[in-house]
Design a protein around this ligand. Structure first.
Ligand code: FES
Ligand code: FES
Length: 335
């Protein structure tokens, strides 16, 4: 199926099966790894892009639904401020604010947060905290939490309006009510109403101890940008799943249905005759390099009793042959 859309200012024309999701199209066919692969069920928001300016979850959208539309991903937002000899405009105000406020831990949710809140700021330059929280509500964050991203968006909004913002030289304090000590007699039990809410919160928040006197150290106790924050705020491929797979063959393993058997002969001719199959490997095709799957003794871990492929299978599921093909369906068929 032919699908055409505008991606980050460039026309895209792809020919894909009709059931291909927009997430798969962007990551696996176009190499856009700033769109993160999370739940695949529309819950986490990591796969957010802007479709005609509105945030959408690409994992629950078909690429065909983007036909004729404009897609913006984090790759179109900001640039690394230091590109060697090349002058760049640097990060966007939102990206800078996420770096400055420490609104990034692992960075998996960060591109989605920046796109979602950027959509808000494009409509409303002076959003309330509630508006900001609402704009981020479709993106789950498992490590930073939500306080600092909200602070980052409010700070970026002020920068974009031209309002003065304080340099961040001391940790941004959390709202004081989160640390209100429990009243005498409060138990922190479960119930309803404001008093109980306070009790529940105070029963789980840690007590904060602040060192007395002025801070004289250069770094300890002071905010420092996270070492990889600039990379993460641009959604650069930083995770194992972001590996570039385009142009690679797909490998599949033929597993033994028998618990113990000698392989006397493998006829791979039918598999090799399939269009798109690049190779079929059996134990005769690879060097016999013995290794151990157990033991860590030095210098030789034992027992040395395993080969990548052998003329003998020792358990149900043991490896019999490898197939390499141009796509997964062909590799599966060749097995
Ligand atoms: S991966 Fe799309 S919402 Fe989680
Ligand atoms: S999920 Fe790790 S920073 Fe949000």
């Amino acid at each position: 199926m032919r699908i055409r859309f505008n991606l980050n200012g460039n026309p895209v024309d792809v020919d894909l099966p009709a059931d291909t999701t927009l997430l798969t199209t962007l990551r696996e066919h176009l190499g856009i790894f700033g769109v993160k692969h999370g739940c695949e069920t529309g819950d986490c928001g990591a796969c957010t892009v802007l479709l005609d300016g509105e945030p959408v979850n690409t994992c629950v959208m078909l690429a065909a639904q983007a036909d004729g539309k404009t897609i913006t991903t984090i790759e179109a937002i900001g640039e690394h401020p230091e590109h060697g000899w090349k002058q760049t405009a640097g990060l966007s105000a939102l990206q800078r604010a996420f770096v400055e406020t420490g609104a990034i831990q692992c960075g998996y949710c960060t591109p989605a947060m920046i796109l979602a809140s950027g959509s808000l700021l494009s409509r409303d330059p002076n959003p309330s905290e509630a508006d900001v929280r609402q704009s981020l509500s479709g993106v789950l964050c498992r490590c930073t939490g939500y306080l600092k991203p909200v602070q980052a968006v409010i700070r970026a909004a002020a920068v974009l309006r031209g309002d003065p913002v304080e340099p961040i030289e001391a940790p941004i304090p959390a709202p004081s009510e989160l640390f209100t000590p429990p009243e005498a007699g409060e138990t922190g039990g479960v119930g309803s109403g404001p008093a109980t809410e306070l009790a529940i919160r105070t029963s789980v928040m840690p007590r904060i101890q602040v060192a007395p006197g002025p801070e004289t150290r250069a770094s300890v106790g002071r905010p420092e940008p996270k070492v990889d924050a600039v990379k993460l705020v641009q959604g650069k491929p930083a995770f194992a799943a972001d590996i570039e797979m385009r142009g690679m063959l797909v490998a599949k393993v033929l597993h033994s249905p028998l618990a113990h058997a000698r392989i006397r002969k493998i006829d791979a001719s039918m598999a090799l005759a399939l269009p798109g199959v690049a190779a079929v490997l059996t134990w005769k095709d690879i060097p016999r390099v013995v290794y151990s799957t157990a033991g860590q003794s030095h210098p030789i871990p034992g027992p040395l009793d395993t080969f990548s492929l052998d003329n003998k299978v020792r358990f149900v599921g043991d490896r019999v042959a490898f197939v390499a093909a141009e796509d997964e369906a062909t590799a599966e068929k060749a097995l």
